[in-house]
Design a protein around this ligand. Structure first.
Ligand SMILES: [Fe+2]
Length: 398
């Protein structure tokens, strides 16, 4: 059932970095738990359940479209892609269009693995061609244009908006590199499509897995696409002021040269949310995050897990510092984990007042200023003190 696309207002649910591992690829045994505990704080143990809940919340919200900006799977396992497409089909059957683009963890991964008992073993990944075939119903089959040089495409969201899904993941011989970039050929195709959009008076909404802006000076290499200035210049020239990305797992908005890059956090990471973008008359945008429904105690448990993961990393770095007592190290690590948690959830502005009076932060400045974590924590303070969970703006006067 297709929805009426001639309406003045359209709603798009936005997510990225699901990093789902198919249930049939693990037994929650020793090898899996080791991978989970050594990870970056993602809820791998409850990953499938959280993603199912998010998709159920999205069905209830009933938007016009769902955009998934890459990294659908943990490491490109074919079985994980198949499990996701089964779920996406249910969304599609409700009349919600689904648009998917690839992330650096979705295709040609040599580290696609299964985890049973204490064994880790290789499982099949997928090729670029297979990605487009698997997601035929979720963007590639609905495209009004596909880039012959990459997995980028353009789809019609409404009479007033086209969605540009850019494949800005660099792959050499089908294997992903650790950076994002748009090739010269893809830039030529993008230029042609942006020109067409302007000719018929539709506004582009552009999405890609890698970021367009430098969100944080510590997250530079490997996060922002390499030729961001060239891409940004082209997009701006053709009326683009909204870019949707992922990859950092952090909820963050950055204005750079007239374009806002909204990076949506990973649903697998605390506070477990997705974005909702509403476009009115094609040129007015409202974006707000929505928490995935879950029990309060469960979310608290996930917060504890995420916060502790970071705390132990900091404690590890502080271990060699002889100018600090054990108690000081403990307090500094606790506070650093709190800062990181607020920063990643896009709510760091809430800590601004507390920072000024914090004894722990004073300790960092006085005695912890020579370790890496200090520069990272300091970078948060120089970031914009805004709520990164809400955005509203008039994109362009008609
Ligand atoms: Fe990624």
């Amino acid at each position: 059932m297709e929805k009426d696309r001639k309406q003045n207002s359209i709603t798009i649910a936005v997510t990225a970095d699901l990093h789902l591992l198919a249930n049939r690829l693990h037994d929650t045994g020793e090898a899996f738990l080791r991978m989970h505990d050594n990870g970056d704080g993602k809820q791998m143990k409850n990953g499938t359940r959280i993603i199912h809940q998010m998709l159920s919340d999205i069905r209830e919200l009933n938007p016009d479209a769902l955009l998934i900006a890459g990294d659908l799977t943990l490491n490109g396992e074919r079985a994980s892609h198949e499990e996701i497409t089964e779920q996406l089909r249910i969304i599609r059957e409700q009349g919600i269009s689904v648009y998917v683009l690839p992330g650096n963890h979705d295709i040609g991964r040599p580290d696609a693995k299964g985890y049973f008992e204490d064994q880790v073993f290789s499982v099949p990944t997928i090729t670029e061609r297979e990605f487009a075939a698997l997601y035929e119903e979720f963007g590639y089959g609905q495209a009004i244009s596909r880039d012959p040089n990459s997995l980028s495409y353009v789809a019609k969201l409404s009479d007033e908006n086209w969605l540009f899904c850019l494949d800005n993941c660099c792959r050499i011989n089908g294997v992903p590199e650790h950076y994002g970039e748009l090739s010269e050929d893809t830039m030529t195709w993008l230029f042609e499509m942006l020109k067409k959009a302007r000719e018929i008076g539709v506004f582009p909404i552009v999405a890609g897995h890698y970021n367009l802006a430098y969100h944080n000076k510590v997250f530079k290499y490997g996060f922002t696409m390499r030729n961001y200035d060239e891409v940004g210049e082209l997009l701006r020239k053709y009326n683009t002021v909204l870019y949707l990305s992922g990859h950092m797992h952090m909820q963050h908005m950055k204005f750079q040269s007239g374009i806002v890059d909204i990076a949506t956090s990973s649903p697998a990471t605390y506070p477990h949310q997705f974005g909702v973008l509403q476009m009115e008359h094609g040129n007015k945008a409202y974006y707000q995050t929505q928490m995935i429904r879950m029990d309060r105690a469960e979310r608290e448990g996930f917060r504890w897990f995420y916060q502790n993961k970071f705390k132990w990393q900091v404690l590890n770095e502080l271990e060699h510092k002889s100018n600090l007592t054990k108690e000081e190290k403990e307090r500094m690590a606790d506070f650093a984990a709190k800062m990181n948690l607020f920063y990643f959830s896009g709510h760091f502005y809430m800590l601004e007042a507390e920072l000024g009076n914090s004894e722990e932060w004073a300790l960092w400045i006085e005695k912890g200023n020579d370790i890496f974590f200090y520069s990272y924590l300091k970078s948060m303070i120089y970031d914009s003190m805004r709520n990164h969970n809400i955005y509203t703006d008039l994109i362009r006067e008609k």
